[in-house]
Write a protein that binds this ligand. Structure first.
Ligand code: PLP
Length: 397
């Protein structure tokens, strides 16, 4: 067909999550007496911080009165929300100006759009397995992907080699799905590489709030030189339980210049052309989420998921199972028993132990032969799953 973007036809069919959901719901319908432990989801279970709820009510009331009503807002975000993000970074000694901060409707939106800044033939490196948007959005734009393999040998944290050559690289740390997180020294190698060869790093920091170890950076801008080579895309989804609210932010430093072009200016142009920004009410909620009261509430909520990670990790370690994640990230990446694919191990865990996981095939190259366990389940389900996994591995598969 003429005039249609044929790149969409090259994408993998979007059946992954529908197959997963159908398999689980069919099993649940056939076995109403069995208790399913759902460790597949990458979603938070709320509720939002009281400070956020109060801010939402206040903002809604403001919109109900002529004197305080807000219509269109600046496309790249309000001054108050940008100031809240700048303050959030300042806690770790990173100084950002309002013009470098872009408020978004979530990380997925900006991950989908950031490719607009790159040439149609840009060489894009993606550290895999990965959150699918990096590969799929670039494929939609007709770009070839150069896969960069995360493996058990490199701890699912691939590093640049002497011959690594690309224009753009997507990195996610702490990582979904592997739960692995780059140390400061490792991430510095990517920053130095990008500055040496002129590449741009797209750094997905969606899980920064889960970082526990001092040598794991929350932001790429903690590393010297990152302000000259990296865009950071982040979200309040996992930080503040905003998955159903939709609010995020992207940082494009003014010192990031390629081929004589300021990426910050290009992104401003892009956003002001393609979007009309995020609603006033949501930005007031975001401001509250990043206030001291909001951050303190989020820290407590994240601590619950971190403890889930510890419980699952301990059970797997005691059973002598090798895995990555469970610390600094809300995911555990588990290799399948010899000869099994992610899908077959998913089926096995569902039918034998009634534990729902996510097959690694959903995360591209290198994902097969693994499953992802989420730490976002309830404490009760997590403890029970840890016990069932311990018994299963002890018995042998
Ligand atoms: N990046 C990663 C690595 C994710 O896992 C997710 C969501 O699960 C996102 C981005 C999208 O986040 P948001 O809810 O802000 O769109």
């Amino acid at each position: 067909m003429r005039g249609i973007n044929s790149a969409y036809g090259q994408l993998p069919p979007a059946f992954f999550f529908s197959r997963l959901t159908k398999t689980v719901s069919d099993y649940a319908a056939d076995h109403p007496d069995r208790r399913l432990l759902r460790l597949g989801v990458g979603d938070v279970s709320g509720p939002l911080a009281p400070a956020v709820i109060e801010a939402l009510h206040r903002a809604v009331d403001e919109q109900s009165r002529k004197e305080s009503f807000h219509g269109y807002l600046p496309e790249t975000g309000t001054d108050f929300m940008k100031a809240a993000v700048a303050n959030y970074y300042r806690r770790r000694d990173m100084i950002l100006s309002a013009k470098e901060i872009f408020i978004s409707g979530g990380a997925a939106d900006d991950l989908g759009a950031i490719g607009n800044l790159f040439a149609p033939n840009a060489r894009v490196l993606v550290a895999e397995p990965a959150y699918p948007a990096y590969v799929d959005t670039n494929r939609m734009a007709g770009r070839e992907i150069l896969p960069l393999a995360g493996t058990r040998e490199n701890g699912f944290l691939p590093l640049p080699e002497a011959d690594t050559d690309a224009d753009v690289v997507y990195l996610c740390s702490p990582n979904n799905p592997t739960g692995a997180a780059y140390t400061r020294a490792q991430l510095q190698r990517w920053v130095d590489w990008a500055n040496a060869c002129g590449a741009v790093i797209v750094f997905d920091a969606a899980y920064e709030a889960f970082v526990q170890d001092a040598d794991v950076p929350h932001s790429i801008y903690e590393l010297p030189g990152a302000e000259k080579c990296a865009v950071e895309i982040c979200s309040l989804s996992k930080t503040a339980g905003f998955t159903g609210m939709r609010l995020g932010y992207t940082v494009v430093p003014e010192t990031l210049v390629r081929d004589g072009c300021s990426l910050r200016d290009m992104w401003t142009q892009d956003r002001t052309t393609r979007t009309n920004g995020v609603s006033y009410v949501l930005q007031r909620a975001g401001e509250a989420a990043l206030s001291p009261a909001g951050v303190s509430h989020s820290r407590d909520a994240v601590a619950v998921y971190q403890e889930n990670g510890r419980i699952l990790s301990e059970a797997l370690m005691n059973a002598g199972v090798r895995f990555t994640g469970g610390r600094n990230a809300p995911y555990i990446w588990l290799p399948c028993p010899e000869g099994q694919s992610g899908w077959s191990f998913f089926d096995y865990l569902l039918r034998t132990a009634q534990i729902v996981v996510t097959p690694g095939e959903g995360f591209g190259g290198g994902g097969e032969k693994h499953v992802r366990l989420s730490c976002f389940g309830s404490r009760e389900d997590t403890e029970e799953a840890a016990e069932r996994l311990r018994r299963l591995f002890q018995k042998g598969m």
